[in-house]
Every structure is written in C-alpha cells, then in structure tokens.
Write a protein that binds this ligand. Structure first.
Ligand SMILES: [Zn+2]
Length: 257
C-alpha cells in the first residue's frame, strides 16, 4: 500500500471528467498531449491515448475508408466562433440543441470526436453518422475501445444536448463498457458511482480476461485528498469534474485455464 496525495485541482482532469452546461471544462490542454486522429484527417486532433484506441478500432474495421473525422479538439476560442456562427446561421433553438456553450464543450477536453460517413457534403454541426453500415459497426464496437455515444436519443433532458449520433466521447476502459451495458449517460454514470465509496464498496466489472473495480472518492473540501492504494495492482485515478475522483483498479488477470 502507498499513500497518494491528490491536489484539489485534479478533480478537473482525467478521462472521466463530466463537462456539460453545469460543469465547465476547467483543465488546460498541453498541445503535446494531442495527436492527429488519422493520416486522412491530419487537422483533427484528440487526446493521444484516445487516438491510440480509436486507431486500433478503425484499423480493425478499416473504418477510415468510409468514415471521416469532422471535429476533435477545439480551443475555447474556436468553440466561441462555432457557437456565434451557428447562432447567426441556424438560430438560437438549433444552436442550443447541438452546440455546447463555450467553456462547456467536451471538444475542449480533447476527449471528444465528431465522425461522419464520407460523402460529398458534410454538415459540420450535425454530420451524418447513421445507425446502419460501417457507422453502426463502429458504434457497436466503440465501448470495447473506451468510447461512448455521448448524447443518446431520449436522454436529452439528462445531457442538455440533442440526440447526436455522430459525437463520441473517450472515457476509457472499462467505463465505456459499464456505461453502455447499463444504458447510462456520463451524467448518470458519475451519479451511479457515488454508491461505491472508495475503500468500502466497488463496482466490479468482469470480462473474460480481467476483473476491474471502480469506486468513487469525494475530494476534501478544505485540503488535498489523501488516499491509500494497493500499488501492486495497476490503477488509474480520474477527476469527475464535480467533486471527487474515480478510482479504477485492475484486480487480477484471470489465468488461461
Ligand atoms: Zn461533437
């Protein structure tokens, strides 16, 4: 066991940060943590860990032959410009439905990507990414590579954003699997994990190769947060961008027999 000290500001960084109208993105992006998503879309950047998994999935599906990346990381200024241009072009109602407020867009985190089926005219705000063909195959495989469809249909009241078949968010493994299996949004997942306080209970995710536990730790409001962790096992710690941390521990690899 070892003791780790988590500075309060760390609740605003990591793969599981919840960014929406209520919780702005408060982190900062170092350009060297971003990579182009593919050779065919060299101007679209994303968090480098997310790009690695996206590339594995696309390689497996030969996805980039039919799918293109429309928009990845945006700085706040770019989000401002997109918001203003959409207001002008599409009006208030449409813009509020499909464009996050500057400072509140997942695209500013580097963890989100908008994808489109390759075709002649691609709508930048609402690209075509249907529930058929290669797009649907991508969608069905996304969770195993750490991605979720972030704004599902019928969850508009929870996410505050309209149904977006094209917008995918990297949250990492095994979180994307848990979220998808339980039909949750990221808002609901962050709330769901509160029933698993670190050190007392955990949400156990099993797949044929691994057993992974996930739990929640509320950050100290007055000082840095200290946690005891078993460092003989692989683990990750992410902020939730609300009030605490999500701790993920790879408990054991199951044997082949
Ligand atoms: Zn998007």
């Amino acid at each position: 066991m070892k003791t780790i000290t988590l500075q309060h500001s760390l609740i605003h960084s990591g793969n599981l940060i919840l960014v929406n109208a209520k919780y702005p993105f408060q982190g900062s992006i170092q350009k060297d943590t971003l990579s182009p998503v593919s050779k065919t879309s060299p101007a679209v950047f994303m968090n480098s860990s997310a790009v690695k998994l996206l590339s594995s999935l696309m390689d497996k599906l030969h996805g980039w032959e039919q799918i293109t990346a429309v928009s990845g990381w945006r700085c706040m200024q770019e989000q401002k410009e997109i918001y203003a241009a959409s207001l002008k072009e599409n009006g208030k109602k449409y813009t509020e439905q499909f464009v996050a407020l500057p400072g509140h867009s997942e695209h500013e985190t580097g963890l989100a990507i908008d994808l489109a089926l390759k075709q002649e005219d691609i709508d930048f705000i609402c690209p075509h990414f249907p529930y058929t063909g290669i797009c649907q195959v991508f969608r069905q495989n996304a969770a195993a590579y750490g991605f979720i469809q972030r704004y599902p249909k019928s969850k508009e009241a929870v996410t505050g954003i309209g149904h977006e078949p094209w917008h995918f968010r990297y949250v990492g493994i095994p979180h994307a699997d848990i979220i998808t299996e339980r039909d949750l949004t990221l808002e609901e997942y962050i709330a769901f994990l509160r029933q698993y306080p670190y050190g007392k209970k955990y949400c156990l995710h099993k797949n044929p190769n691994m057993c992974i536990s996930v739990s929640y730790l509320e950050a100290s409001k007055t000082s840095d947060t200290q946690i005891q962790i078993d460092d003989s096992l692989p683990y990750t710690i992410s902020g939730n961008n609300v009030d605490g941390f999500i701790i993920t521990q790879w408990r054991k690899e199951r044997g082949n027999g």
